[in-house]
Design a protein around this ligand. Sequence first.
Ligand SMILES: [Ca+2]
Ligand SMILES: [Ca+2]
Length: 260
Amino acid sequence: MRIHQLTMGLFIATATVIGSQSTALSTWQFNNPTHPTLSEVAQSRSAQVTQFKVRVENISAWNGQTASDGTQWTLDFSPGAWLVHRNNAPLFKTGKRDRGQGLEAIAEDGNPTQLAKSLQKQPEVLASGVFNTAVGANKVGGIRPEQAFEFTIQASPGEKLSFATMFGQSNDLFYSPADAGIALFDRQGNPVSGDVTDQVLLWDVGTEVNQEPGIGSEQGPRQKAVNTGKAENGVVRIVKDSFTYPQTGQVMRVIITPQT
Ligand SMILES: [Ca+2]
Ligand SMILES: [Ca+2]
């Protein structure tokens, strides 16, 4: 840091001779090879902020899932949490155990409250919130077929979106982007627009042993209480078990729309 301060001082001193200080400062910041400080991030955020609408749709069919015993069931997505971030893996790290910050409660019971609280305490999470009410609905709940969650976020170039919502009915599965998140801007700094569903994956949080989706005794509507089921002691990973799951793009659509 001392070297940078010295370098910056020299730049300012030089700039005073050859031109305006602000021009030299912007040049120096542009060439700054170090990671930006949180205050610098805050400054850049306020300098170039784009507002986006994020829409998560349930495009699955009523009774569109069929279990091995013939039971037909409907896929729901639970209330969830979203966050804007620059860092990689703010929610989980693929192949590592769940961090105990509330992702388990979303994946097992569709409850985003604990995760939302913990996100507010993480300095590298720039903004976060909950989505828990379908568009047009008047009470809190998940989304069923033909329903959608919508939320609005603000972000600057370099920032990414992550979110998590439960695959209901499962023991501990959730939909989320990969741990790095969804880039909200391209390399030229232009805001991303359109369908990003192909970046959303179905994950197993690794805390409860999977039963067949839709009929398992320790899943949502059938378990005796929340947070019950056989402990898995596993890691967060793309779901991989003996059961079959729908292709994400056939049941969910995620659309990002910059607001101009
Ligand atoms: Ca599991
Ligand atoms: Ca359970």
